[in-house]
Design a protein around this ligand. Structure first.
Ligand code: KG4
Ligand code: ZN
Length: 358
């Protein structure tokens, strides 16, 4: 079995998977209540909580899987990106187990974990990975589309400002809905109808020069700028706050107004997602990917799941929707990503926690 360890943010998670990607156990100790009084994740508290929970969770995972240390052949740990103190707890713990048992350690990029997560099943072996798939990682911290070929992910776009989940959360907070905002907005949106005349949201468009990823590194002398496929959610966020103020939208106010506002706001966020997906899809060389997979917390959204399924059906593309339990942070996805890079398993001393990964 492979042991997965995830401690990059505010969830301590430990999983045990078989070689074929069957999830034997996937345990998650959430710290959300410890951070709630502060209105966000406090890094020092996160590190201490991970320290307290990690080893009891590893022992419980072995017990639940009716396994012993001897059954663990490899360890996969999230090495970054994330909170450095939080990552260090998982990495040091994994190194300790790796030394102690004399088994190899694999460093996993947290985003690789999300990217492969749609292929994990609730029960039984993982779905075999296709040769090429397009991955949308949409969470509180990330909004990027990747071209994944032979298990290697190339980033095709990113957000220039806020992540999509972050935009859900910030606007929800402004109108008085509790954290996390995404599921709250979805719930109210279901009761309303989009009204773009009353609530007009922008669709940001900007130009890009070849080689430029929005960081001013591109060749500005290149003659033809083209439409950028990058995301930008700060304009929708600003518009939402202005419109909510103007119309008096609030969690404790007019329920119909709140529902219509949420429906229109959610539509605007997803309209941009599909606009970028269409642009990127049209630019991909043939043979195009067989699958489009979505991952991350926002992939739990029911409206998005329906729309992306329809998008795929229209084009004859297989759409992979992750089990909701594998959308948010978990160690099963880390162990599964570890299985994809078994060739890199090795000396635990080579593994280093990094808060940012280029
Ligand atoms: O992947 P995740 O657990 O953590 C990060 O790495 O950020 O994603 C959390 C994000 C939050 O922004 C939350 O509001 C959003 O996912 N989210 C949703 C839904 N469920 C969670 N957004 C929209 N609709 C949902 N149903
Ligand atoms: Zn994540």
């Amino acid at each position: 079995m492979i042991l997965g360890i995830e401690t990059s943010c505010d969830e301590t998670s430990v999983a045990l998977l078989d070689d074929d990607g069957s999830v034997r156990v996937n345990l998650i100790a959430s710290q959300i209540e410890r951070h709630q009084p502060f209105g966000g994740v406090v890094p020092e508290i996160a590190s201490r909580e991970h320290l307290q929970h990690l080893f009891p969770l590893v022992r419980r995972a072995l017990g639940d899987a009716e396994a012993t240390w001897g059954d663990v052949e490899t360890i996969a740990v999230t090495a970054g990106p994330g909170l450095i103190g939080a990552l260090l707890v998982g990495v040091a713990g994994a190194q300790g187990i790796s030394y102690g048992l004399g088994i190899p350690l694999i460093a996993v990029n947290h985003l690789e974990g999300h990217i492969f997560s749609p292929y994990l099943q609730r029960e039984g072996p993982a779905i075999p990975l296709p040769e090429r798939f397009l991955s949308l990682v949409i969470s509180g911290g990330h909004s990027s589309i990747y071209d994944v070929r032979g298990g290697r992910a190339a980033m095709l776009n990113r957000t220039r400002d806020d992540a999509i989940g972050e935009t859900f959360d910030k606007v929800a907070k402004f109108i008085g809905l509790p954290y996390p905002g995404g599921p709250q907005i979805e719930k109210h949106a279901r009761l309303g109808r989009p009204d773009p005349k009353r609530f007009p949201f922008p669709m940001p468009q900007f130009k890009e020069y070849r080689g430029d990823r929005g960081q001013g590194t591109g060749d500005r002398s290149a003659p033809v700028p083209f439409d950028s496929a990058d995301f930008s959610y700060s304009g929708i966020k600003a518009a939402a706050i202005r419109l909510a103020r103007q119309h008096g939208v609030h969690a404790d106010g007019d329920a119909a107004l709140l529902a219509d506002f949420c429906a229109t706001f959610q539509d605007a966020l997803f309209a941009q997602l599909f606009d970028r997906l269409d642009t990127i899809w049209s630019r991909l060389d043939a043979p195009k990917p067989s699958d489009v997979a979505i991952a991350g917390g926002v992939a739990a959204n029911g409206v998005l799941r329906e729309r992306i399924a329809a998008w795929g059906a229209q084009r004859g593309v297989t759409v992979r929707l992750p089990e909701k339990r594998y959308c948010t942070d978990n160690a099963a996805m880390i162990a599964f990503a570890g299985l994809q890079k078994r060739a890199e398993a090795g000396d635990p001393r080579r593994v280093t926690a990094r808060s940012r990964i280029a």
